[in-house]
Design a binder for this molecule. Structure first.
Ligand code: SDX
Length: 376
């Protein structure tokens, strides 16, 4: 009889000082600061400093960290050349995973787990990830690559490289808030993946590549693309109720809803809903927001009693669409931000490391005789 906790539900596998989540109350804090406070007042760059240093930076420290991050925006020529070989039809998350892996091959000392070295490499991956996505998108559309601009913030630089034009302050702020909201979230599947890889003392490139692989799954970070596909499939507000009813009757999982930890509204979804409503109005996408709101009402009527509420992915779909991002770039957006959380957790793991190796209950047969091939 198996004693395994399916999906490791409820199993505490590590201590962390980065995110606190109260699933019953719908609370998320980064190093004790409520996510709503950070979304209102912070920036992604400052939030990365907070997660990695467990405190907010002074003005001087923030400016120094910004300079350090922005000095790393550009891709080395060999990585740009590799991206040029990627097939135009490749998936952006595969492009990101492959380019991050390739970065490790051009690092003269890829395997260092010295904390300062590991942090420096992680910052380089974080700072270059936007350029990887933008370079791949330019390549697949037959456009020239727009070079990074170190005078711009992380958020503005990505939108500049992707679109070839400066974002409006409102667009930059909206994207920056999305980056804050997606940065860290306890021991989710992709973060756990990164920590397992770090616990073997493998290199940071392998940890980030493995985590990217975990994130792209539709039950995890891939859900934001699934939400957009669902909205496109439903097509109109009038069709929402029947579509949701039919999906639930057929035991389909509605993308953007439910969570292993939250049994209440995901506080990030609350903030993203506000962002989605404003951006959809500003960009003529009200229909999408109205559909999302209708889906939420239909789901809350049907399954809130089971503790199923909108999660971070539900309203990020309308937000990203209103920001003009292509559907298959939604999950890479999640990755751009979450690299900061993965790296912070790997540094935590290395600071007090023990190889992560859970047990399994053997539920197969014993004392089985070997049958020679001739007799099978
Ligand atoms: C993220 O872990 C994190 O922190 C992740 C994340 C982060 O920041 O890193 O927050 C980001 O990954 C958010 C989740 C994105 N995924 C989705 O939106 C995909 C749809 N959601 C579901 O697949 C599901 O809710 C999970 C995977 C998120 C959680 O699944 P669990 O905890 O394994 O729960 P379960 O699948 O066992 O479901 C329990 C019950 C089932 O009903 P019963 O069989 O008991 O009758 O709830 C139902 C499920 O059918 N259910 C849903 C549902 N989610 C759960 N029913 C319909 N639609 C859904 N979305």
């Amino acid at each position: 009889m198996s004693t395994a906790s399916k999906g490791l539900e409820g199993i505490v596998a590590a201590d962390t000082q980065m995110s606190f989540i109260d699933g019953e109350k719908g609370v998320l804090e980064y190093v004790g600061i409520p996510i709503d406070e950070l979304a209102r007042h912070s920036t992604f760059e400052e939030t990365v400093f907070l997660l990695w240093n467990r405190r907010l930076p002074s003005r001087t420290e923030l400016e120094s960290f910004q300079r350090e991050m922005r000095s790393e925006y550009d891709l080395p020529a060999p990585i740009e050349k590799i991206i040029e070989t990627f097939p135009a039809g490749a998936q952006p998350m595969h492009a990101l995973r492959t380019a991050v892996s390739a970065m490790g091959m051009f690092d003269p000392d890829p395997n260092s787990v010295d904390p300062a070295q590991y942090r420096r490499k992680a910052l380089s991956i974080l700072a270059k990830a936007p350029a990887i996505i933008a370079a791949f998108d330019a390549r697949r559309n037959g456009r020239l690559v727009t070079r990074a601009d170190p005078s711009l913030s992380f958020a503005a630089n990505f939108l500049w490289m992707l679109n070839g034009k400066r974002p409006t302050p409102a667009m930059e702020r909206a994207f920056d808030v999305c980056m804050i909201l997606h940065a860290d979230h306890g021991l989710n599947a992709s973060t756990f993946t990164a920590r397992v890889i770090a616990s073997t003392l493998s290199d940071v490139y392998s940890a980030m590549a493995g985590a990217i692989g975990a994130l792209r799954g539709p039950l995890h970070g891939g859900a934001n693309e699934g939400v957009m596909t669902m909205l496109n499939e439903i097509g109109s507000v009038e069709k929402v109720d029947a579509w949701v009813e039919d999906a639930l009757r057929n035991k389909k999982k509605i993308m953007g809803f439910g969570h292993r930890v939250y049994r209440a509204y995901d506080p990030r979804a609350t903030y993203l809903k506000t962002l989605a409503e404003q951006l959809s109005k500003d960009t003529g996408n009200e229909r999408l927001f109205e559909m999302s709101r209708r889906i939420e009402t239909a789901m809350l009527n049907a399954v809130a009693a089971k503790g199923i509420y909108p999660n971070v992915d539900f309203y990020s779909a309308t937000t990203y669409h209103s920001l003009g991002l292509k559907l298959d770039l939604f999950t890479p957006m999640f990755a751009l931000s979450r690299i900061s959380g993965w790296a912070g957790h790997c540094l935590e793991q290395l600071a007090a490391n023990r190889l992560i190796r859970p047990d399994a209950d053997y539920v197969g047969p014993h004392d089985v005789a070997y049958t020679p091939l001739a007799a099978r």
